[in-house]
Design a protein around this ligand. Structure first.
Ligand code: BG6
Length: 460
């Protein structure tokens, strides 16, 4: 286990909201030893005391449920260095020390190439690891350039391209439930499954993130990474093991099998929209274009929907619909697998045999299976729902992924070729949208999103 973690960009939101609480959760669960050292590094002219004060406040805010002793231990293991991440000499001073280091780039993606080059020039201690947050590059070409720079720095197994969804036990449950139940895998194919909806609807709006989000939009922020990863878990062939190679090879197969979208497909099968002013719960939300830091001329979408099909033996004709949006009426975060209609219902039944739907609730975690049975009247079909609540995970997603980084287990991070393939899938959409082939729609904040369109539906 690596015992030194350096966070570049340590005074930002990611560190305060997720990384420090993740470390405190690891400490509380006994995964961090006393010798663990955290170095925060950033442009701010702070000293270690100031960083510790800030870290204490962040942990108080975002990890109040964890024992005070664990929070304190993380703070007292920490120090701070002011640094320009593109300056090799400064970076060298930050990573210097005994033994390998895990270098977490909690930085805007634009800065990655300069930071990785500086680390390369500075020289990392042998056995070190590097951690990056999505988006990995801003398009296919920049993702490939970044991958080449990373390959010069450390071996691929030492690169942790973080997708925190993969570290959520709820997300892992999609594959776990699928493969651990004899009754599911035999029907897990296009002969039985018509449609899969992969949905991450959030009631949260921009939350002051215009600086990043307005340059990204829903497609790059969520769909290109988190939702495509969910698609991989739903659609992959069963891996031999959960080792990094088996798991990532099988996910890559899914991405490679996504049917390329033509411009005509994109017009018909994708949507983009942004929210106008409205009320979400008891909050007034301004129009996206009126949010501070947003440039309305960019036409950044806060809602994106894309329908995909897979060209392989398992999934011919099944529709995979990926959808995400912000400032929506309610949180709906789930994978809903809709089966085809039964081929025949004995005459004499009344009512309808609706298609079975298996729902993986991702946040909060639950499972639901929609079936049809007989109600109070003889031979009369009624919908039934079986549900199960699942206990919250032992570790939050960022705790899990930090543990994997320190332990050197890359199975739940994105491999370089997966990152590139994910761009291949969605670059045609970004380019068609930038040509305005798909008009940007609007929806009031607090609504269910843009009005539904007439759909083709799954081929039954
Ligand atoms: C992040 C996106 O990666 O995932 C956010 O940048 C989104 O826009 C978030 O809100 C959703 O995940 P979580 O775990 O924060 O609910």
């Amino acid at each position: 286990m690596i015992e030194r973690l350096v966070i570049f960009g340590a005074t930002g939101d990611l560190t305060g909201r997720y990384l420090l609480p993740g470390l405190a959760a690891l400490r509380a669960a006994g995964h961090l030893r006393d010798g663990f050292q955290l170095t925060g590094a950033s442009r701010e002219d702070w000293d270690s005391d100031e960083f510790r004060r800030w870290a204490t406040a962040q942990l108080g805010r975002h990890a109040a449920g964890l024992p005070a002793s664990a929070r304190k231990a993380v703070v007292s293991s920490s120090g701070y260095r002011q640094v320009d991440v593109s300056d090799p000499a400064g970076v060298a001073a930050v990573v210097a020390g005994d033994g390998p280091v895990a270098a977490y780039l909690a930085l805007p993606p634009k800065v990655f190439p300069a930071a990785v080059s500086a680390l390369h020039e500075a020289g990392l201690p042998s056995g070190s690891r590097i951690v990056l947050e999505k988006p990995f590059g801003e398009d296919l070409a920049s993702a490939m350039t970044l991958n080449r720079l990373l390959a010069d720095l450390v071996p691929e197994q030492a690169v942790f391209r973080v997708d925190h969804f993969l570290a959520m036990t709820t997300v892992q449950n999609v594959l776990g439930t699928r493969l651990a139940n004899r009754m599911l895998e035999p029907v897990w194919n296009a002969a039985h499954i018509a449609e899969v909806d992969i949905v991450w609807d959030e009631s949260l709006a921009l939350e002051g993130r215009a600086g990043y989000y307005d340059g990204a939009g829903a497609l790059k922020d969520m769909l290109q990474n988190h939702l495509l990863q969910l698609l991989c878990l739903v659609a992959m062939e069963p891996p031999i093991s959960l080792s990094e190679r088996d798991l990532r090879d099988r996910k890559l197969d899914v991405l490679r099998s996504v049917r390329p979208l033509t411009e005509a497909d994109i017009v018909r099968r994708t949507r983009r929209a942004r929210y106008t002013a409205g009320r979400v719960g008891d909050r007034d939300v301004p129009a996206y274009t009126a949010e501070e830091g947003v440039d309305p001329a960019r036409h950044t979408e806060t809602f994106a929907e894309v329908e995909l099909e897979l060209d392989n033996w398992r999934w011919p004709g099944t529709i995979f619909r990926l959808r995400t949006g912000k400032a929506l009426r309610r949180d709906r975060k789930e994978v809903a697998v809709r089966f085809r209609h039964v081929p025949h219902l004995p005459l004499g039944h009344s009512g309808e045999a609706l298609p079975n739907v298996l729902r993986f609730g991702l946040d909060p975690e639950n499972l639901a299976l929609d079936l049809t049975g007989i109600g109070v009247h003889a031979h009369t079909l009624v919908p039934l729902r079986l549900t199960a609540q699942i206990d919250p995970p032992e570790l939050p997603a960022y705790g899990r992924l930090l543990l994997d980084v320190l332990d050197g287990n890359a199975a739940l991070s994105i491999r370089g070729d997966e990152a590139e393939e994910a761009w291949r899938v969605l670059i045609p959409v970004l380019s068609a949208w930038s040509k305005d082939l798909v008009p940007i729609e609007e929806y009031p904040a607090g609504s269910d999103g843009p009005q539904p369109r007439q759909r083709d539906g799954g081929k039954e």
